[in-house]
Design a protein around this ligand. Structure first.
Ligand SMILES: [Zn+2]
Length: 299
């Protein structure tokens, strides 16, 4: 009985042992398989991370290259812009110069010339164009006077501005031809003999022959005399005439001609303004400097 039980136990034990061995073998085979797969995965992950790293590096390099190219492109664009800006400026300067030269070539050089007993306007000189002055601007509306057509709007504006300031500024005389002047002068000569030169000498006359000079007065001081300097109209002129391009040709104490507070010459706004600012008389400024204003005399 005992041996049979033992036999039975042995059989169970052996069977279990065999089963364990079988299971163990299977498990270890499965383990190897899993292990192999894990190794494969790790390797593939490693490979992927290498690939990713390489890709990131390549991407970085690509970005750097793009940035460099962008920089170069931006730089060449900047240079391009600079260049076209430079060309544009040069073009403007050149067209400005051409414009100024064209204007200058079309502007009568006599308009800013200084006249003396030596330098005289040609007796055949006639302004390029003359316009009749509005009667209401004249001291004596029964007369008719002409002025250089390009100066007429400046004179008109000046007289009307004086009127707006409550003053009564009037034009006594403007353009005078060589023949008119000869008649005036011989008239004076009849009256005053050779002393006429003191009243009607050469410089002032030349400016009238240009058509750009005005003799101004006011009904209270109708005669062209030094007393005009006491009129409020004269004071107004000394403060405002430059705004309309007019200057007093022969101020008190000038070395060229007798004092003529009534005689105003158009020289253009820029020159009139600069003479006033610098405190220089027209006849004291070198002709070369004066000529620089010629191209823009009517601006
Ligand atoms: Zn005059």
């Amino acid at each position: 009985m005992v041996s049979r039980r033992l036999n039975y136990r042995r059989v169970v034990f052996l069977t279990a042992f065999a089963a364990l061995i079988t299971l163990g073998g299977g498990a270890s085979a499965y383990g190897a398989l899993v292990y192999h797969e894990l190794v494969e995965r790790v390797r593939s992950l490693e490979e992927r991370s290498v690939i990713l790293e390489e890709t990131a590096l390549a991407e970085r390099r690509l970005n750097e290259e793009l940035q460099r190219m962008n920089g170069e492109l931006a730089e060449s664009l900047r240079l391009e812009k600079e260049w076209s800006g430079f060309i544009g400026t040069q073009f403007k300067v050149l067209s400005g110069t051409v414009g100024a030269l064209t204007k200058l070539s079309q502007t009568d050089r006599e308009l800013l010339a200084k006249y003396s007993k030596v330098y005289f306007l040609n007796e055949n000189y006639v302004p390029e164009s003359l316009s009749g002055l509005d009667k209401e601007l004249l001291l004596n509306p029964a007369n008719s006077h002409q002025i250089h057509s390009r100066v007429e709007p400046f004179a008109d504006e000046m007289i009307r501005a004086a009127k707006s300031a409550g003053l009564d500024l009037r034009i006594v005389s403007a353009y005078r031809s060589f023949d008119d002047q000869a008649a005036v002068k011989s008239g004076y000569k009849v009256l005053y003999g050779s002393g006429a030169n003191r009243f009607s000498a050469d410089q002032g006359y030349s400016e009238h022959q240009l058509g750009t000079a005005l003799d101004l007065a006011t009904p209270k001081f109708p005669n062209l005399s030094a007393s005009f300097e006491t009129a409020p109209e004269y004071k107004w002129l000394t403060e405002n005439a430059h705004l309309y391009g007019f200057i007093l040709s022969y101020p008190k104490g000038n070395y060229f001609y007798q004092y003529e507070p009534w005689h105003w010459r158009f020289v253009g706004k820029a020159l009139a303004n600069d003479l006033r600012e610098k405190g220089i008389r027209f006849y004291d400024m070198p002709q070369r400097e004066i000529d620089a204003y010629l191209a823009n005399i009517f601006d």
